[in-house]
Write a new protein. Structure first.
Length: 117
């Protein structure tokens, strides 16, 4: 049974940082084969792509709204992908979802990030 389990969300003040983790298990293929992404969905808005990383970790891309503030990375040995979020803003408030794609697509259950003073 494939599982993507996100953790690390919480309530922070503007300008602070959080690090999200997504631990994968149960994949049929090696974790290193999967393209991994982070999406987010704010209340009343559509789910949007935040960051992506290739299977080997050599290439990344980001939404314009988070460039320079967020960093996606992965540890294939630990089957985990991370999202380091710095200089957080209230508009970053959302549920953040982990996504994996190789042959099939898998989603995590999401973790809430709230940025508020």
């Amino acid at each position: 049974q494939v599982q993507l389990v996100e953790s690390g969300g919480g309530l922070v003040q503007p300008g602070e940082s959080l690090r999200l983790s997504c631990a994968a298990s149960g994949f049929t293929f090696s974790f290193s084969s999967y393209v991994m992404r982070w999406y987010r969905q704010a209340p009343g808005k559509e789910r949007e792509l935040v960051a992506a990383i290739t299977s080997g970790g050599s290439m990344t891309n980001y939404a314009d709204s988070v460039k320079g503030r967020f960093t996606i990375s992965r540890d294939n040995a630990k089957k985990t992908v991370y999202l380091q979020m710095d200089s957080l803003k209230p508009e970053d408030t959302a549920v953040y979802y982990c996504y994996a794609n190789f042959v099939n697509v898998y989603w995590g259950q999401g973790t809430q990030v709230t940025v508020s003073s």
